[in-house]
Design a protein around this ligand. Structure first.
Ligand SMILES: [Zn+2]
Length: 255
């Protein structure tokens, strides 16, 4: 992902001071661990989250127990953004795929600030536009491309939100992202290791060779990121120093 800024949350960093001050009194900072659930499907959206780091997957849960990811979000977005429109329920489960930190805000306070500030409305609209673009590309990729290509796309998307080439991801987690069987993931990992795109796949971690993954993936990743980066770079420019409240609590995975 091309970075227009690397300051905290990309949306908060783009707000003028007066607009940011509508939010900051209500923002805390929490950490979240891999597999922590930030929002459950069908739950009412009581709070939104501005991630500062880490990666959060949007998962569709099917009645037969299958899951599949529809999008990944990190420091560039705001989780539960639709809560600004009024009381709403989540259509997805939002689960941390990589540990990070985020600033939650109650939906009531987020809505109030959204109503008061054209700049906040603008950054939320930019985020929703880019999220819709990601959803459309993922839908097209899922319909048209092989599972190994889709897997490399998810790995690249995750790598964009993790600070090194050592991705905290189990084969089970990868199978859930893909909506594929674990045995399928094992076969695909073997194929990508042979191609040099994944130097090693140790317990709970996937080491990647970015250039190798980019050679192995379909055209969806580059096209999608180019379009999303273009939206962000054209619409948002950083105007704030890092917003860094003290860490208050941690969200752990379900037992
Ligand atoms: Zn594709």
């Amino acid at each position: 992902m091309t970075e227009c800024t690397s300051i905290g949350n990309r949306l908060l960093a783009a707000l003028p001071s007066a607009d940011l001050e509508l939010l900051t009194p209500h923002l805390r900072k929490v950490s979240f661990e891999p597999d922590a659930v930030l929002v459950w499907s069908v739950d009412e959206l009581h709070q939104a989250y501005f991630p500062h780091s880490g990666a959060i997957a949007f998962m569709i849960d099917l009645p037969d127990g299958h899951t599949v990811a529809t999008a990944l979000m990190g420091w560039e977005g705001v989780l539960a953004s639709l809560s600004v429109l009024g009381p709403a329920h989540s259509s997805v489960t939002a689960i941390a795929r990589a540990a990070g930190t985020a600033s939650p805000i109650s939906a009531v306070n987020f809505r109030r600030a959204y109503a008061q500030s054209a700049a906040i409305r603008h950054v939320v609209q930019v985020h929703i536009g880019s999220l819709l673009l990601q959803l459309q590309h993922v839908a097209a990729c899922n319909a048209l491309h092989r599972v190994d290509r889709r897997m490399t796309r998810w790995l690249l998307q995750l790598h964009d939100r993790v600070p090194d080439d050592h991705l905290p991801l189990t084969q089970e987690g990868l199978a859930q992202l893909l909506g594929a069987r674990r045995t399928t993931v094992t076969l695909m990992m073997r194929k990508l290791r042979a191609a040099g795109a994944i130097p090693s796949d140790r317990r709970g971690f996937v080491d990647i060779d970015r250039a190798g993954l980019e050679r192995a993936t379909c055209e969806c990743y580059a096209l999608m990121q180019q379009r999303i980066d273009s939206i962000y770079c054209q619409e948002l420019s950083p105007s704030q120093p890092a917003f860094a409240p003290a860490l208050e609590s941690s969200i752990s995975p379900p037992p």
